[in-house]
Design a protein around this ligand. Structure first.
Ligand code: 3HC
Length: 284
């Protein structure tokens, strides 16, 4: 089984910077790539802030946090990923943009290198088919906040080989995550259950069954969930949830996956949740 020694991460947004931090925390050198300097610096800033939180909570020493940060090489050049054994793509959820990047990476990387996507909803096989190495392409789906959440979904396409899956399971464990095997269908395992639940909570609220505060309280205190559905919607992003729901509905035509009118209207109004300062709750 080939060892993953150097990791590349494409995209320094919420998921990308969390993945880069997690890999560096596991002792791996990481090349973090973004298309422009501003989002790259923002991503590195988020990593520094998260590491500071761990230091403040005495979960990391200052010197360990500094060493983790120093293991991450930020860049705006794709060619700097050349020597990576694994590249995890966490760029914008747009198939043509991801396909173009996969083609570029496929030409650049050594034949043994594995190419992964952190997509939450797009078809992994569509990205794999754009490369000459579909057997070395898989999904590696992390959860927000990546440095905290223990799960990673390893997504096997109809072309991914078992060797690749085994290497990714070993890699996930090296990161301190618990890997689970998912098939290449929209939502994989967790979002396939989570998204209909979140959409149903919106439907109940729309119907006047209860206030959003009471629905949140019900699920937190009644089921022990860390966040209620509306808090979680604001945390994940209403735009992201809407986008995933559309892809899931398009594939399965299951009414449970259809976006409720209120969700669409909130997205149209720019109320994306925490990231925009307002969603179901106010973060101003
Ligand atoms: N970096 C470092 N530490 C962090 C952190 C970060 N990015 N985010 C949270 N923490 C730490 C806090 O410092 C705190 O540490 P402590 O336990 O030592 O005090 C701990 O995590 C808990 O944080 P808080 O006290 O601020 O708040 P909570 O107790 O509410 O925990 C939470 C925050 C971990 C986000 C928790 O509310 C939670 O688990 N929420 C559910 C998250 C979830 O469901 N994520 C999955 C979303 S779906 C997804 O990502 C898939 C995608 O495809 C849509």
């Amino acid at each position: 089984m080939a060892e993953i020694r150097t990791v590349g991460v494409c995209g320094a947004g919420l998921m990308g910077n969390g993945i880069a931090q997690t890999c560096a925390t596991a002792g791996l050198p990481v090349v973090l790539m973004e298309v422009a300097q501003t989002p790259l610096e923002r991503g590195m800033g988020s990593i520094a802030k998260s590491l500071d939180t761990f230091v403040a909570k005495s979960k990391l020493s200052r010197s360990d946090a500094d060493a983790i940060f120093a293991r991450i090489t930020p860049t705006t050049e794709v060619k700097k990923l050349k020597d990576c054994d694994l590249v995890i793509e966490a760029i914008v959820e747009n198939a043509p943009t991801k396909i173009a990047l996969f083609k570029q990476l496929d030409e650049l990387l050594a034949p043994h290198a594995i190419l992964c996507t952190n997509t939450s909803s797009l078809c992994v096989i569509e990205l794999a088919a754009a490369t000459q190495r579909p057997h070395r392409v898989a999904g590696l789906h992390f959860f927000n906040p990546v440095p905290i959440m223990k799960l990673v979904e390893v997504v096997k396409t109809i072309a991914t080989t078992q060797d690749t899956i085994d290497e990714l399971f070993a890699f996930g464990r090296k990161l301190g995550k618990e890997p689970i095997l998912a098939q290449d269908t929209p939502g994989f395992i967790v979002n396939r259950l989570l998204v209909p639940y979140l959409l149903y909570a919106i439907r109940l609220y729309e119907s006047g069954l209860a206030s959003k505060e009471d629905i949140d309280k019900g699920m937190k205190l009644g089921c022990g969930y860390p966040m209620g559905p509306f808090e979680l919607l604001d945390f994940v992003g209403l735009d992201t949830t809407y986008y995933i729901a559309q892809i899931m509905f398009d594939e399965f035509k299951d009414p449970m996956m259809a976006a409720p009118p209120l969700l669409k209207r909130m997205v149209l109004a720019g109320r994306y949740g925490r990231k925009s300062g307002k969603g179901f709750y106010d973060y101003a």
